[in-house]
Design a protein around this ligand. Structure first.
Ligand SMILES: Nc1ncnc2c1ncn2[C@@H]1O[C@H](COP(=O)(O)OP(=O)(O)OP(=O)(O)O)[C@@H](O)[C@H]1O
Length: 268
């Protein structure tokens, strides 16, 4: 299966295209990190990006969310050409990215973390007294909704630094949700998690697509195969294949390039 032959199956999954990258390139001097990536993410789906280390997954996230500029190509989000827009403008358009633990205020309770995120305050800005929080001051409803969504109501008053690793990872997702985004970008949300936390994170991600669109980088193939509507496989800065989980699982080139033992138990 190639990216093109699976298009008809993908066309039936999810809503209209919310995010599209066309021929996106990223070069670092002569090194080509992305060599012309095309991707279409449909609304209210979980769209996973997988591939071996160094394939360009995180670089693609940087391009889509605007944390780094493209060397070529085009990115359209929610009907707007956002290719040259910086990340904070894309956030206002409805993109949110979940960063790792560094995005938490460790000494503040969970509820306060979410309240600040709902106001658009990131830790990097917290000490910048010149920059006012945006939005209404008390986003009580948003915070309550997010607490319920991430299943952390009983930890609302617990300082983020006292949470377990798995709970902190869920709170990071909550921080992104507090901005009430259309699309949420999760970069390895299960990394370093124990088995119990994995299941909760899996259900949380799956639950998000009723109200959001999820773009996910994830190395845990059980989770990817269980919850993805569409999977894009990257290799050496290009899209190797795209399709439904079953298509990807059975794709010979994907098995050779990446999955192999990961999904077949060594019987590939
Ligand atoms: N600032 C940079 N300067 C030069 N090369 C870079 C830079 N950032 C990333 N790269 C290179 O681009 C390639 C893609 O990196 P990227 O982090 O996007 O891969 P990845 O698929 O996310 O990998 P992983 O699964 O290990 O996180 C790698 O070879 C990496 O070394």
């Amino acid at each position: 299966m190639s990216a093109s032959t699976s298009t008809s199956a993908i066309a039936n999954a999810g809503g209209p295209v919310l995010l599209e990258a066309v021929g996106v390139e990223k070069r670092y001097d002569k090194f080509v990190a992305l060599g012309g990536v095309n991707i279409k993410v449909r609304a209210n789906t979980v769209h996973s990006v997988i591939g071996p280390n160094g394939a360009g997954k995180t670089t693609l996230f940087h391009m889509l969310t605007g944390t780094k500029s493209v060397s070529g190509g085009k990115i359209v989000f929610d009907g707007h050409d956002v290719t040259r827009e910086p990340d904070h403008v894309r956030v206002r358009r409805g993109m949110a990215r979940s960063f790792q633990v560094t995005s938490l205020f460790l000494t503040l309770p969970v509820r306060e973390n979410l309240r600040l995120a709902a106001q658009g305050v990131a830790p990097a800005q917290a000490l910048n007294c010149w920059r006012q929080p945006t939005g209404s001051l008390a986003r009580t409803d948003t915070v309550a909704g997010v607490l319920a969504r991430i299943g952390m109501e009983r930890f609302a008053d617990t300082p983020a630094g006292n949470l377990s690793h798995g709970q902190q990872r869920r709170l990071e997702v909550g921080m992104a949700l507090a901005a009430r985004p259309k699309a949420i970008f999760l970069d390895e949300p299960t990394s370093g998690m124990g088995i119990d936390d994995l299941d909760e994170m899996k259900h949380l991600i799956q639950s998000l697509k009723s109200e959001h669109t999820v773009v996910l980088i994830e190395h845990n193939m059980n989770i990817v195969m269980d919850i993805s509507d569409t999977i894009t496989v990257m290799q050496q800065g290009r899209v190797l294949a795209e399709g439904l989980p079953d298509d990807i699982r059975n794709d010979d080139r994907v098995r050779k390039a990446y999955l192999g033992n990961m999904i077949t138990g060594g019987k590939a």
